[in-house]
Write a protein of this length. Structure first.
Lengths: 161, 581
């Protein structure tokens, strides 16, 4: 297994498991801890987790694939999250998403997050970012943007070095 | 201890209280508790009560031998329970019958326990509407291409569509497309689009086979049955998931697209790969076997069988099968060969004949051989086959009829201990004639000196000293087998026999269950069922005239051998009878 857990992660996972009556209950928290550390959760990491929790890898894989915010692939340097819940969808979120995809050479019709070949950008749809009055909204990393027009989008992408 | 034959091993039901419920207005008494998939007594559910009342309730995810999950919603029914007044006392109608308070909501009959006086309604317009709704929902993303689906003809989705489906789909949006022809493991192919996510396969492999290999990945309409990437679905019971799959999602790589299910002739038979004797259905068409599927028998294999046994049928259709009667290498006829053999045996000196029969032969055949044996004063034995057992079905004894060989006196409890006497007898020249049935004895033969060496270090049970050199010393070597091998090559007489799928007969399994099996396909060429020519041979040699039908033969055997306690062929039924061994 190529996944190497640091002693800190080992300790953290050990601690997390101790919070629950059964080991399996800690699955989600352990995955969060791994993602926090590595940015994504590899297949080897899933097997490592399964071993820690005395489960079969498929049991952990089910959880990993259920939650879109648990990443199965490394994220790009800049993560673009476009809101597509109702207000933003009506306010042009799909057009905005397509604009990003076209600009960055990605396929707007593909399901799930997509990363550019150079690993610089990841574009994905997310659910409500809680600013329905200023649709369409998006996030770049942890930064929040409102009323994102195509021009503003270009500006945002342009600002990413 | 009672010596009466039992036909079923069931938990004692006498202690369980019975309660009255009504199914569609018909009152029936059902036990309050029924054994669940793990054998534990659990409250009887509405679907089980309906089953006992012989009322069909359509269902996908519920399976009597699997844990209940209640996710398909197809078994929704309406129901009512006796009404209670404000004083918590039953309320009665003017005619004295208890007043029934109908539940305002339906319930899934697979997971709702019954209660005394409960009324279950399975045929109301509301129930019909619910079934139609559930079915339409299941068909939203399901491809509507039954003609090219391998499951067509034995698909629950298809069957219920006839009952509750619409002639055309109202769904105009684009269907969700999921992976097709996914290689789940060495024997299983998945079509995720056809899957209705009932999770029967997941529960089977997790709870019955004990290999938690399958799960549901992704979410919402992208839900898909999957294995963990890189870990193939490969245990010895994977093909049972194909049987429990109610739709065309899981298919057997061996059987898929080989034959339409409705063309198959299904013959009740028994698996011959080990001493468990799982009940099977042989699916054949035009004298060709296409598949084995397990047949329910709670006393033996429940509803399952192992993959190894299921796929162990290809040898029957091998092109090099023995198809001709050979006398000293020349093609002959049954009549000529049997007459010659009969004359030789009749004139044989007492004690100069040895018989090695096979514990793969039927009770009837072994019994006929035992008649020859006693007439000729012959020594006999058969060859043990030992392998590995598992916790579920597979037995360490790879012979299907070891107990039959013991009961008929062909071998001792310890099979194979006479082989040394036979090899010594041949070596000393005392044994001049050897009759071998269905065993390639040369294969496991080890030169005498070496064998002695080995016996001091380990318990070698299936090796013996009857080598090809030793066989060459015999005056007469008579071999009956199905496939050619080293021993048939050395034989003076070769009598082509039948695979169990090509004849009728019975086996006694490892636990003493006597089970009969039927003929599925014709044997090739001149090959004849062993019991048929053995009957002729016994008649010629002993002068006794036995029965010429398998029924008569079995009944006569059961009368003569005390262990069988006079059980009749008819009484064996489809699932057999357990005798005290």
């Amino acid at each position: 297994m190529s996944f190497q857990a640091t002693p800190e992660l080992e300790a953290e996972v050990h601690e997390l498991i101790s919070h629950y009556p059964v080991k399996r209950a800690a699955s989600l928290m352990v995955l969060h801890a791994i993602q926090e550390k590595f940015g994504w959760i590899s297949s080897d990491a899933v097997q490592w987790t399964a071993k820690k929790l005395e489960l079969q890898p498929i049991n952990v894989f089910e959880i990993l694939t259920f939650y879109p915010m648990l990443r199965q692939e490394p994220q790009g340097k800049y993560a673009i999250k476009v809101c597509r819940t109702l207000s933003c969808a009506l306010g042009g979120a799909y057009e905005l998403h397509k604009h990003f995809c076209d600009k960055l050479g990605l396929d707007a019709h593909k399901h799930g997050p997509q990363t550019t070949k150079d690993g610089k950008f990841t574009v994905e749809f997310v659910e409500c970012l809680a600013s329905c009055g200023t649709a369409p909204v998006m996030m770049l990393g942890e930064k929040f943007y409102e009323d994102v027009s195509n021009a503003k989008a270009d500006e945002i992408v342009g600002g990413c070095k | 201890m009672s010596t009466a034959a039992t036909t079923e091993i069931k938990p004692a039901l006498t202690a369980i209280e019975h309660i009255k419920v009504k199914v569609d207005g018909r009152e029936i008494e059902v036990p309050r508790l029924i054994a669940d998939w793990s054998g534990k007594l659990t409250p009887t559910t509405m679907i089980q009560a309906c089953e006992l009342a012989k009322t069909d309730v359509p269902h996908y995810c519920w399976h009597p031998k699997l844990p209940v999950v209640g996710n398909c919603r197809m078994c929704l029914v309406e129901f009512g329970t006796p009404a209670l007044g404000p004083d918590r006392k039953p309320v009665f109608n003017p005619d004295g019958t208890p007043k029934i308070a109908k539940s305002p909501r339906p319930a899934i009959s697979c997971a709702t326990p019954i209660s005394p006086g409960m009324e279950i309604y399975t045929k109301t317009p509301a129930v019909k509407q619910m079934r139609e709704g559930v079915l339409e929902s299941l068909l939203i993303n399901h491809p509507l291409d039954c003609p090219i689906c391998d499951q067509a003809g034995e698909c629950k989705l298809q069957e219920y569509s006839v009952d509750y489906g619409q002639s055309s789909s109202r769904f105009v949006e684009t269907k969700v497309h999921k992976p097709k022809a996914v290689d789940l493991g060495p024997r299983i192919m998945l079509d995720a689009e056809r899957c209705i996510l009932c999770t029967r396969c997941i529960r089977f492999t997790r709870d019955i086979a004990g290999d938690d290999a399958l799960g549901i990945v992704n979410r919402g309409s992208y839900n898909t049955i999957a294995t963990f990437p890189g870990i193939p679905f490969d245990n010895n019971y994977t093909l049972n998931t194909v049987d429990v799959c109610p739709v065309g999602a899981l298919t057997s790589k061996d059987f898929r697209f080989q034959m339409r299910a409705w063309f198959l002739k299904e013959t009740k038979s028994v698996c011959t790969s080990c001493a468990t004797g799982c009940n099977v259905l042989i699916g054949s068409r035009e004298e060709k076997i296409f598949r084995y599927t397990p047949r329910d028998n709670d006393a033996v294999n429940a509803s399952w069988m192992c993959d190894a046994g299921r796929l162990n049928y290809k040898w029957i259709a091998r092109a090099d099968r023995l198809k001709e009667v050979l006398v000293r290498g020349q093609k002959s006829t049954w009549k000529a060969a049997l007459n010659e053999i009969s004359d030789k045996l009749k004139n044989a000196q007492a004690g100069s004949v040895a018989i090695i029969a096979s514990a793969r032969q039927t009770n009837e055949e072994l019994w006929l051989i035992s008649k020859l044996k006693s007439k000729l004063g012959a020594i006999s034995d058969s060859i043990p086959r030992v392998g590995e057992a598992d916790k579920l079905l597979v037995s360490a004894d790879k012979n299907p009829n070891t107990n039959g060989a013991r009961i008929t006196g062909i071998c001792f409890t310890e099979m194979g201990i006479n082989l040394v006497k036979i090899s010594d007898g041949i070596a000393s020249g005392k044994i001049k004639t050897l009759i071998v049935f269905g065993e390639n004895i040369v294969k496991r033969a080890v030169a005498n000196e070496k064998l002695r060496e080995r016996e001091t270090v380990s318990e070698v049970v299936d090796e013996h000293a009857i080598t090809a050199e030793l066989l060459a010393k015999l005056d007469t070597l008579i071999v009956s087998d199905i496939l050619p091998n080293e021993t048939t090559k050395l034989a003076h007489y070769v009598l082509p026999g039948c695979a169990p799928a090509e004849k009728r007969g019975s086996f006694t399994n490892g636990k003493g269950r006597v089970q009969k099996f039927m003929k599925a396909v014709e044997a090739p060429g001149d090959a004849r069922a062993e019991w048929e020519f053995l009957h002729d041979l016994v008649h010629n040699v002993t002068g006794q005239n036995g029965f010429v039908t398998i029924e008569g033969l079995f009944n006569q055997m059961a009368k003569e051998i005390p262990v069988f306690m006079g059980v009749t062929w008819q009484a064996l039924g489809d699932t057999g009878v357990t005798v005290q061994i």
